[in-house]
Ligand binder design. Structure first.
Ligand code: ROI
Length: 169
C-alpha cells in the first residue's frame, strides 16, 4: 500500500506533560514503516471538562505529521501501545485526566467508522486545542467531510492557548 499522510493529536495533563509529549514524539519517530514529517508547537490550555466546575490540571497539546505504510488499525494499535507504555490506563472514563492521549485525527483522505476507530476524528472541529496546532502544520488542509481548516477555525469556540516551541522538532 502507498504511504499515507496521517495527523496525530497529542495531549497530556498528568505526570509531566512536556516530557510526556516529548517522549511520545520520540516514540512516533520509531514507528515501523513510518517517516516522521513534522510537529507543531506545544499549546497549553485549561482543561475542557464536562461541567465547568470540575477541576483538572491544564493540558498540553500538539499535532504531529507522519507518513506511514501502516494501515489505520495497526497505527491505532501502535499509538495505544505508546500510551500504555507512558502510563495510560484505559478505565473507560472518557473525560478523565491522562498522562498521554494519542488520536488519529486524519488518515489520508479516508473516512473510517468502526467500533474502534472514527476518522476524521469526530471532535476535530469543536476543539480549538486540536485545530490551532493542526492549522500550524497544515494551513491549507481540507478535512474530509468538514471543509477547509480555516473555515473550521472560524466556526470553533475559541480557547486561550499558550504556545511554546516544540522541544523535539
Ligand atoms: N482539554 C484540553 N484543553 N486539551 C485536551 O487534550 C483535552 N482532552 C480531553 C478533554 C477531557 C476533553 N479535555 C481536554 O480528553
Amino acid at each position: 500500500m502507498a504511504d499515507v499522510i496521517s495527523y496525530i493529536g497529542l495531549g497530556s495533563n498528568l505526570e509531566g506533560p512536556v516530557q510526556q509529549l516529548s517522549n511520545a514524539l520520540e516514540a512516533l519517530r520509531q514507528l515501523p514503516q513510518t517517516t516522521f514529517v513534522s510537529c507543531s508547537s506545544f499549546y497549553s490550555s485549561k482543561a475542557l471538562t464536562l461541567n465547568d466546575d470540575s477541576v483538572a490540571p491544564d493540558y498540553l497539546n500538539a499535532v504531529a505529521v507522519i507518513e506511514t505504510g501502516l494501515d489505520a488499525v495497526t497505527l491505532l494499535d501502535e499509538l495505544q501501545a505508546i500510551e500504555f507504555s507512558q502510563g495510560r490506563r484505559r478505565d473507560g472514563e472518557r473525560w478523565a485526566s491522562r498522562p498521554l492521549d494519542l488520536d488519529i485525527l486524519l488518515y489520508g483522505n479516508e473516512s473510517i467508522a468502526t467500533e474502534r476507530l472514527t476518522v476524521p476524528h469526530p471532535e476535530i472541529c469543536q476543539r480549538d486545542f486540536v485545530l490551532q496546532p493542526l492549522a500550524e502544520v497544515a494551513p491549507e488542509l481540507v478535512i474530509t467531510g468538514q471543509g477547509s481548516i480555516s473555515s473550521c477555525l472560524d466556526a470553533c469556540p475559541k480557547m486561550i492557548l499558550e504556545k511554546s516551541p516544540c522541544p523535539k522538532r
